[in-house]
Ligand binder design. Structure first.
Ligand code: AMP
Length: 531
């Protein structure tokens, strides 16, 4: 194995790092910057732009610029979350045959996995330029609360980008690795991770080089983007009141407002007032209209305090799951750009009655932790580090009357497995259906359907005689696997799997081939232009 890079594929920004000696280092992108906007844009001339180049032309090309695609990964088009995104999205969303959400650019249907793969391919290119060698292997981070579909979608995106994922690691766990590596004392830490699109809280015990996750929970649809949206809505509603013009359907104006809202929000972490100036935001016969508003830190806090409050039930849940109280936490670590907001720092300080740890860069720490994990996997760490992560969601099956029967409880240390015995209910029954789900609801339909497994070709026998042991596993990447054995014959039981979501291996390969053709054509164009 050559260099293995750590990748934090963020909702709004992504970052890559590697380990030099025992020190994590951020790898700059092609423009020399430590983080890269997770933005992909498709230009009129058929070019694909990634990162800052894509972000810079988002205002003039909003319909073909995809931001925050991470929020769509592994999601169904009909889900409430996707429907809420669609209402405000400047780009068009649609539905794949299996119900997954897709992005439509110029009539072309593109999966979120493919768009994420474009970001990953760019990051791979940055790292390759930095090292001057081809890189394949990567540790990639995901929000702790990502379910199986979202994790698998991330792995597929990496595969399409030409990366071999040596491990998927949870973002807060990754951050704690980077924080805890040089900590000498044993302690329990809380990682409060509020990024662009997701929120996670993780409680972890660090003792003698063992990083043991005690509990993790969160919301994959709560992040900085929601703060931006509230500021945007405030600007739109104010403009509407003054001018009786609704800007919420004007994609160009919306993109400009969104960018200005985010900029003001960032500024207000360091100043108490921010000017929002958007000249010529609207024009009609009566002339041009502009947005000129001052947003104070106090107003921002009033607008967004409910979003911050939404994170606290998760903290309570994690503490309960770990059997801890706030005073049992020794250190609090803030991760994700949104935690720079002073009100978040203050609310967290009040809750835990201690100041969060300073001297951590919330944008870079996750990628740094991933680089440490890559070194651990390569056996390169000189100090002994053992990482014991957990599954964020319970895994179970649907049983009679649509009840969810829990097989592997949330917060179980991974990798883990559990075996259950199944049998037939009718004479000579040849197949048994197992519906696997993930979640905490008592009713199956309240949880995420992972797949339907059919145990097929069961030997003819009276009802209740066959015994088939089905093993449910969660691997080190947090991904579920199911295998089965016919105990009566000792043979591996055949299973037919119908996943509820995601790309099939054939689809992934098709996209890889298509991407290669596109890249070759692009190369030819570049070469033609140069000759
Ligand atoms: P991440 O996913 O960790 O890159 O976090 C990105 C989110 O952090 C985005 O929503 C940014 O708008 C937000 N963010 C970055 N810097 C600041 C800041 N200074 N104040 C408030 N939010 C910020």
């Amino acid at each position: 194995m050559n260099h293995v890079i750590g990748i934090d594929l963020g909702t709004t920004y992504s970052c890559i790092a590697y380990l030099e000696g025992n020190e994590p280092r951020v790898i700059p992108n092609l423009e020399g910057l430590p983080t890269t906007p997770s933005v992909v844009s498709f230009t009129q001339t058929g070019e694909k732009l990634v990162g800052n180049l894509a972000l810079r032309q988002a205002v003039t090309n909003p319909e073909n610029t995809v931001t925050a695609v991470k929020r769509l990964m592994g999601k169904k088009y009909s889900s409430d979350e996707v429907q809420a995104i669609e209402r405000k999205s400047p780009y068009t969303l649609g539905q794949a045959e299996n119900g997954d959400v897709i992005v439509e650019i110029d009539g072309q249907k593109i999966s979120p996995q493919e768009i994420s793969a474009m970001i990953l391919a760019y990051l791979k290119k940055c790292a390759e330029a930095y090292f001057g060698e081809e890189l394949i292997d990567a540790v990639i981070t995901v929000p702790a609360h990502f379910d199986d579909h979202q994790r698998q979608a991330t792995k597929d995106a990496a595969k399409i980008a030409g990366l071999e994922v040596v491990r998927v690691i949870n973002e807060p766990t990754s951050a704690s690795l980077a924080y805890g590596l040089d900590q000498k004392k044993n302690q329990v830490i809380a990682v409060y991770d509020l990024g662009g699109g997701t929120f996670d809280i993780t409680l972890m015990e660090i003792s003698d080089g063992i990083f043991n996750v005690l509990a993790t929970t969160g919301n994959t649809f709560l992040g900085g983007e929601d703060f931006d949206k509230l500021i945007s809505d405030w600007l739109i509603s104010d403009f509407n009141k003054k001018n009786e013009v609704d800007l919420s359907e004007d994609k160009l104006a919306l993109q400009r407002i969104k960018e200005a809202a985010e900029k003001a929000k960032r500024e207000l972490s360091f100043t108490t007032e921010s000017e929002i100036n958007l000249p010529f935001i609207f024009s009609d016969k009566s002339g041009s209209k502009h947005i000129k508003k001052t947003l104070s830190r106090g107003q921002l806090e009033e607008l967004t305090k409910d979003l911050i409050a939404k994170t606290f039930p998760f903290i309570d849940q994690a503490l309960t799951d770990a059997g801890l109280e706030p005073k049992g936490i020794d250190e609090v670590i803030l991760v994700g750009g949104q935690t720079r907001m002073p009100l978040i720092k203050k609310t967290i300080t009040d809750f835990f009655k201690k100041d969060p740890t300073e001297h951590i860069n919330p944008d870079e720490i996750v990628a740094m932790g991933a680089s440490i994990q890559s070194a651990i996997l390569q056996g390169k760490m000189t100090d002994l580090v053992v990482l014991l992560d957990v599954t964020p969601l319970s895994l179970g099956i649907e049983t009679e009357n649509g009840i969810f029967t829990n097989i592997i409880e949330k917060n179980t240390t991974i990798p883990c497995k559990k075996t259950m015995a199944f049998t037939t209910v009718e004479n000579n029954q040849r197949r048994v259906r197992v519906h696997v789900l993930q979640g905490e609801g008592d009713i199956a339909k309240d949880n995420i359907s992972l797949a339907v497994f059919d145990l097929v070709g069961i030997a003819l026998a009276p009802a209740g005689v066959p015994q088939i042991d089905v093993t449910f596993e969660i691997d080190a990447d947090g991904l579920a696997k199911v295998s089965a054995k016919d105990v009566t014959t000792g043979r591996t039981q055949k299973i037919e799997v119908k996943p509820s979501s995601g790309l099939s291996p054939e689809e992934v390969n098709k996209i890889i081939k298509r991407t290669q053709v596109d890249d070759d054509e692009n190369k030819e164009v570049v070469e033609d232009e140069q000759t």
